[in-house]
Design a protein around this ligand. Structure first.
Ligand SMILES: *Cc1c(COP(=O)(O)O)cnc(C)c1O
Length: 353
């Protein structure tokens, strides 16, 4: 299928206008020379109406398009206290006249006297914020499940007052949100076509899997052969791939395609760069953030993009990228994390001498 045919399929979904698309694509000249590849960056960090955009804006255009069609006036979503997705949802909901309600699990507990980064922005957007503190010995997943239950109660209350609530899963990772990245993939191919290029490799950070699902679905739909390297930012197992393939196929059905995404052949996750865990930095990601900043003058973040970048640099340095191949680094945003809690920054923050 051609890019324009794929884009036509997507036009049947309702969509809100929340940002600036297509996002820029530009060459990283210095790193291209260093690694002997053609390295481009896709700037989804420039997607939103603020400096603090990111990949969730793309998803939210379709999710909140659906919410508008359903006449919802409250938007619920979930994440960590420094969730980029929650912050972008708050901004997007406000721009459409809806009230954002956020359930945020305190994986890194915020300092109540020094609220920072996305949590601060959530406050400025006037979101209804519910911080869900983790209980002793509770897993992140259990705390998240508890936050979903709390939200259900709040929705019932709002419903009884005559409000209509729209519920967005963590990361906006459902078939509607992921469909946005089918469009993102088509958008990238269109930009590369104008340069007479096709994407040989795409590197991006994967969390909930919504972005990965959409990109993989786009790759299948267009019959292209990009190697999409999805660098995990937290621990996952094979079930994650199965679920992500399922999500990708659902997005294809949603836009009227009968093609499918298979996890054995169409998805490639890389678990080598997330350790020790979500919102916990490592040496490789710290080095990668500094290296990009010092060669190209571009910022990435310690939670998501820095880890994906560490993956890209490692592949390049160890000769796993064919010489002169076209490599895309998908900048998914998240740089507000540079102003988050010290434990999220690790050794990126240095004492002044
Ligand atoms: C959410 C997020 C991701 C991961 O996207 P998913 O669709 O959840 O996998 C990557 N980078 C940043 C900066 C994000 O906020």
């Amino acid at each position: 299928m051609t890019v324009s045919e794929a884009k036509t399929l997507l036009t049947k979904l309702p969509k809100a206008d929340l940002g600036f698309f297509p996002t820029p694509l530009h060459k990283l000249k210095n790193l291209s020379d260093e690694f002997n590849i053609n390295l481009y960056m896709k700037r989804d960090d420039f997607s939103g109406r603020n400096l603090f955009g990111g990949n969730k804006i793309r998803k939210l255009e379709y999710l909140l398009g659906d919410a508008l069609e359903r006449h919802c006036d409250y938007v619920f979503t979930y994440g960590a206290t420094q969730s980029n997705h929650a912050m972008q949802t708050a901004a997007a909901a406000r721009s459409l006249g809806m009230t954002p309600v956020l359930y945020l699990v305190a994986i890194v507990p915020p300092d109540k006297n020094d609220i920072r980064s996305n949590l601060l922005l959530d406050q400025i957007f006037g979101a209804e914020i519910h911080v869900v503190e983790m209980k002793d010995g509770e897993s992140e997943e259990d705390a998240e499940n508890r936050s979903f239950e709390m939200a259900k109660e709040r929705m019932k209350e709002l419903n009884s007052l005559g409000h209509l609530c729209y519920d967005i899963p963590m990361g906006g990772a459902n078939e509607i949100g992921s469909a946005a990245f089918i469009e993102g993939y088509a958008e990238l191919c269109e930009q590369l076509e104008a340069l007479n290029l096709t994407p040989d490799y795409i590197f991006h950070a994967t969390g909930t899997g919504g972005t990965m699902a959409g990109l993989a679905a786009g790759n299948v739909l267009l019959g292209s052969r990009s190697n999409i390297v999805s660098v995990n930012v937290s621990k996952k197992n094979e079930q994650y791939l199965i679920d992500t393939a399922d999500l990708a196929t659902k997005s294809l059905r949603l836009i009227g395609s009968n093609q499918s995404v298979y996890y054995e052949t169409d998805l490639h996750m890389d678990l080598n760069y997330y350790a020790p865990g979500y919102e916990q930095p490592n040496e490789a990601s710290t080095e990668a953030i500094r290296h990009l900043a010092r060669t190209e003058g571009i910022l990435t973040d310690p939670v998501y993009t820095g880890k994906a970048l560490a993956g890209l640099f490692d592949y390049a340095r160890s000769g796993r990228l064919s010489p002169n191949s076209t490599v895309i680094f998908w900048h998914t945003g998240g740089t507000t994390a540079l102003f988050a809690e010290s434990s999220i920054l690790g050794s990126l923050r240095m004492p002044l001498v």
